[in-house]
Design a binder for this molecule. Structure first.
Ligand code: LMR
Length: 331
């Protein structure tokens, strides 16, 4: 009798402790790119640091490659709380009703990562995050990818070459206007569908930094890649605000530290990842790389710069001017 009481007591204790140990806070983190990319690797780093530094009180489940939610679904899922964290590209906030982020899509606005960081790591970046709060979303960090190149199955060197091409874009009005300015036909398509879209000819071409181009095997279905560097692609890491604010304060502080360090890690490798991906595309030998001459770049700039003015009222003149000022851009 005595023994069984003691055993029952010990068992209860054990169950108590293991139940606490077994119910970590789970963060589902969904994204659309491959693991082997700047974003994919930064997400894995965040998971590693978050789990280590909270001693397992937090478990981060990373779902890459649109395996949980794809474009067009993930923002709703975040707002509904079906997923706690995302890192959508800055070009995907328009459908949410926050159009200011499309400032990052303006052609030729950033000429280097240094320029970009003046915005993402400065007051303008912080002000943009504030605009997400009424949507029930909190902005945690900006993650870099890189500068976009154009691809197609015919040589694309000057604006005329784009006439009539169906070009896949992300859900950004600025990108829509960018393709139109070249005489192309923009088509919004989820990232998870791009390879097939290119393969079947639903679209003729697209734009992305080399890392996405290579890791989605677009080189198998695109004969030309023009190193246009005409625009930037990067991310906002965001969380469901109710979830984030509801975390125990010590956990939230630890996660913020993990996010800071994962951000530094990801942003430090972004350029190298893209350089490596471009080298891999060259090595694969399936896609001809076109390096624009200064005259070709000038022709592209001339065609694309009017997109800034065209989108002034959509993005907001204040936001555009704040970015121009931060980087010393003269339109
Ligand atoms: C795209 O849809 O082309 C990109 O936003 C994918 C990504 O997340 O890098």
């Amino acid at each position: 009798m005595k023994w069984s009481l003691a055993a029952a007591f010990a068992a209860a204790l054990l169950i108590g402790t293991s139940a606490a140990a077994q119910t970590p806070i789970v963060i589902k983190f969904s994204h659309v790119v491959a693991v082997n990319t700047p974003k994919g690797k930064a997400a894995e780093k965040f998971k590693e640091l978050a789990e280590q530094r909270t001693n397992g009180r937090v478990k981060v489940e990373v779902y890459p490659n649109s395996s949980l939610f794809k474009d067009g679904e993930e923002m709703d899922a975040l707002q509904l709380g079906s997923v706690q964290m995302l890192a959508p590209s800055l070009a995907k906030f328009g459908p949410l009703g926050v159009r200011d982020f499309e400032v990052f899509d303006l052609p030729y606005i950033f000429s280097s990562y240094d320029d970009l960081h003046k915005v993402t790591e400065g007051p303008v970046g912080a002000q943009l995050f504030k605009k997400l709060e009424p949507k029930g979303i909190v902005g945690l960090a900006y993650w870099d990818n890189g500068f976009k190149d154009m691809s197609a199955n015919k040589p694309i060197r000057v604006p005329d070459d784009y006439k009539g091409l169906k070009m896949r874009i992300q859900s950004s009005k600025v990108l829509n206007d960018q393709m139109k300015a070249l005489g192309a036909i923009p088509q919004v398509m989820a990232f998870s569908e791009v390879y097939q879209g290119l393969q079947t000819g639903v679209v003729d071409g697209t734009e992305n930094p080399p890392s996405n181009f290579y890791t989605q095997k677009m080189n198998e279905v695109q004969k030309y890649l023009a190193l246009t560097n005409h625009g930037y692609l990067g991310y906002a890491v965001i969380a469901n605000k109710k979830f984030w604010d509801g975390l125990p304060a010590d956990i939230r502080a630890t996660l913020e530290g993990a996010m800071r360090d994962a951000t530094k890690y990801g942003n430090d490798i972004a350029k190298q990842e893209n350089d490596n991906a471009l080298a891999a595309v060259k090595k694969a030998g399936t896609t001809e790389i076109l390096t624009p001459t200064p005259e070709q770049t000038a022709a592209m700039r001339k065609a694309l710069l009017p997109v800034h003015k065209e989108n002034e009222s959509r993005i907001g003149a204040d936001t555009i001017n704040a970015v121009y000022k931060a980087i010393g851009f003269k339109p």
